[in-house]
Design a protein. Structure first.
Length: 346
């Protein structure tokens, strides 16, 4: 292979390089391929006494770097080649495609525009330009919505995936933003699913880890992340009031007042329905008591139910309302905090 390559090298460097890459096949070790490419690059330079100033030599080595996955080095050589040859549309096209495959739509658009400046009729560059421009427009529109905290419109990033389903990095970037939007839009189950998918490909992505952690908190999956605590919680007071684990006291009281008014047993006439309402009303009151008491809430967050005798194991606070509705007649569900509400239940 080497002898045949050297004979071709004296005639056509780029043709010789292609022959080398095709002849070696996919099984050649990366280190050996790199050494071959470097050897022939410098040999070619010395033959023509041009070294780093030869555009063809730069493009040859860029091809080597692309094969090796060294995209940063390939970009460096192609940028040099684009300057060394005044009408080097091919170098700009290759630069654009490399950036595109790396998920950098802005740089890809910049490079393909340079190609079209040199040759507006270049079909290869124009076709690529239309694709990059469309994708760039979609991504910019989606990012503007995220900056405006309009995360409900995540379909904008879903359209990015539809536009470019064949470049893994664009799909990964889009799903990263979808994960972020779902966590911000209080859709924890979906957020966890999408975030986990991204983390399989990029386990060290700090932004995704943060968004998924937030989603776990929202969806009460936090205890699954910390299963070593062996939590035995019978009631989920956050779910009863419909608030998140990060809810402040003001938000908890607001949710409590609304639900207490809705489920007050005096609102129901049917005996069976009234009995269910009593149970619901007691659960709501318990949830409010736990979540507005810092000590009780802290215990609950650590996996201990302050309302459950089995969880308490004989210690701590016991505030039980298991005596039925009759024991609740004197209880004012709106008495906590600086609020004084009067309701007339018919």
């Amino acid at each position: 292979i080497v002898q045949e390559f050297e004979s071709l090298l004296s005639l056509d460097g780029l043709r010789a390089l292609k022959h080398l890459l095709n002849s070696t096949g996919p099984n050649i070790p990366v280190k050996e391929l790199y050494l071959l490419c470097q050897f022939f690059f410098f040999k070619h330079c010395c033959m023509y006494r041009t070294c780093v100033w030869d555009a063809d030599s730069r493009e040859m080595r860029a091809e080597c770097f692309i094969q090796l996955g060294e995209m940063g080095k390939a970009i460096s050589d192609l940028k040099a080649a684009s300057k060394l040859k005044s009408d080097n549309t091919q170098a700009f096209y290759k630069l654009s495609t490399i950036y595109y495959n790396l998920g950098d739509h802005e740089m890809s658009l910049n490079e393909v525009r340079e190609c079209l400046k040199l040759d507006p009729d270049n079909k290869q560059c124009f076709s690529h330009y239309k694709q990059v421009k469309k994708l760039n427009k979609q991504i910019q529109a989606a990012e503007e919505l995220i900056q405006q905290e309009k995360c409900a419109l995540i379909f904008k990033y879903e359209s990015v995936i539809k536009t470019e389903p064949n470049v893994p990095q664009f799909i990964l970037n889009a799903k990263e933003r979808i994960c972020h939007c779902l966590s911000k839009d209080q859709q924890p189950a979906k957020a966890v699913s999408v975030c986990s998918e991204v983390l399989k490909a990029d386990p060290q992505n700090v932004n995704i880890l943060k968004d998924r952690a937030e989603a776990y908190l929202q969806d009460d999956q936090y205890k699954e992340e910390h299963s070593e605590n062996d939590r035995q919680i019978k009631e989920d007071y956050y779910k009863i009031l419909g608030v998140t684990r990060t809810a402040q006291k003001k938000e908890i009281l607001k949710a409590y007042r609304k639900l207490a008014q809705q489920w007050h047993p005096d609102n129901f006439q049917d005996a069976e329905v009234k009995k269910k309402a009593e149970k619901k009303f007691i659960d709501i009151a318990q949830a409010k008591e736990v979540l507005t008491n810092p000590e009780m809430r802290s215990k609950f967050d650590q996996g201990e139910d302050p309302m459950d005798p089995e969880s308490q194991q004989g210690g701590g606070h016991h505030h039980h309302f298991h005596g039925g509705w009759d024991n609740f007649q004197g209880f004012n569900p709106f008495g906590s905090g600086p609020f004084n509400f009067k309701f007339s239940f018919n």
